[in-house]
Design a protein around this ligand. Structure first.
Ligand SMILES: [Ca+2]
Length: 363
């Protein structure tokens, strides 16, 4: 396995959002799959390839302190996490009076915003985050144990947002984001396309695909982060319901692949916490097909017809979990549909790296 493999998922998420009319106010990068500075380069390259007029601003280089460090000799240290990305989000919230934050990396900068700019944070309409799972879901892809990467890179950040704020929160869980993968040949086809955008995405996906082939990963690859962006566009295609949460925090520095001692679970059966929205599936195979098609079309690919969607039925991925929503659930989902006309501010780590031996969910 190579030691440095770009994680292109965030770039697909941005393309999907822009191609479907989401008013993206900016991209704030953060550490995660990669360090923040190489992520800045990739995020800017992605924005340039898309021809988008979207500012890219650098966010967190490291996670929040594992435990709150409020004072040293009477000095309040809460502000030490503030960076350009956090200030940018605060400025945008003041200017617009309200934004959705699409959080597809660790939640460090969003938590820092909440702690240091409470008036601006109160203007956040909703955080749609790629985090969490159903309780006891084994984070496993093709037999490889994984952890919730966005959570484990900064467990305290999610704790701050869920427990110290009332900002409406939607968790796009692993159960959903791993459900509708794109066949690897479709991604390879992008690289040989005559369309420059398709070629950019295809070629940028090659290191990831090569790595997947090396480990004999399987026939298809889930574009995890795009599932969160899709929630802004067609929430009615996703199975979502009110849920409580259970967090087990720990240190990012000591977490291991396959770690089960650090987790963030969402379930309607957890009633002792505040209730958030948890999305765990697509409403039908047709709904998943719309999503898969939209991803390919957003990056200049040809996509498929809805009648001819090659789903990953024979793979070990969770295609057995297609969940038709109850009427009650569907109503709730519509009610809570994130509006797409109010602007969105993704936090996006853009590109990343899977370190050798660190089998973490690459989102
Ligand atoms: Ca990501």
């Amino acid at each position: 396995m190579s030691t440095s493999v770009p994680d292109i998922d965030d770039s697909y998420a941005l393309a999907l959002a822009l191609a479907n009319g989401v008013d993206v106010r900016g991209v704030v990068t953060t550490m995660g799959n990669s360090m923040v500075k190489p992520t800045m380069v990739t995020a800017q390259a992605t924005v340039d390839a898309l021809g988008a007029d979207v500012p890219v601003v650098q966010g967190a280089e490291v996670w929040l302190p594992v435990e709150a460090q409020q004072t040293t000799g009477g000095v309040d240290l809460t502000g030490t996490c503030v960076n350009d990305g956090v200030r940018f989000m605060a400025d945008q919230l003041r200017e617009t009076g309200g934004l959705t934050i699409l959080a597809i990396g660790p939640l460090t900068d969003v938590a820092c915003l909440a702690m240091n700019f409470p008036e601006e944070a109160a203007l956040i309409s909703r955080i749609v985050a790629l985090v969490g799972s159903k309780p006891t879901t084994v984070f496993e892809l093709f037999g490889t144990p994984l952890v919730d990467f966005n959570y484990i890179m900064d467990p305290r950040a999610e704790q701050v947002i869920l427990e110290e704020t009332n900002i409406p929160f939607t968790a796009i869980t692993f159960d959903l984001s791993s459900l509708a993968p794109i066949p690897i040949p479709e991604l390879e086809r992008l690289a040989s396309s005559s369309d420059p955008l398709a070629r950019f995405y295809g070629e940028s996906s090659m290191p990831r695909l090569e790595m997947l082939k090396e480990i004999d990963f399987g026939p298809a690859y889930p574009i995890f982060d795009a599932a969160a962006a899709w929630h802004l566009i067609r929430p009615q295609d996703q199975v979502c319901q009110q849920a409580g949460y259970r967090l087990q925090t720990g240190s990012p520095a000591t977490a291991q692949a396959g770690e089960t001692d650090i987790y963030d679970w969402f379930s309607p059966e957890i009633t002792e916490t505040r209730q958030v929205l948890s999305c765990t599936g697509f409403t039908s195979k047709e709904a998943a097909g719309r999503y898969q098609n939209a991803i390919l079309r957003a990056v200049g690919g040809v996509g498929w017809s809805d009648q001819d969607v090659p789903l990953n039925d024979e793979s070990p991925l969770r295609t057995d979990e297609w969940a038709a929503p109850t009427e009650e659930r569907a109503a709730r989902t519509d009610e809570r549909a994130a509006p797409t006309d109010e602007g969105t501010l993704p936090t996006d780590e853009g590109v990343g790296r899977i370190d050798e031996g660190a089998d973490r969910a690459p989102w």
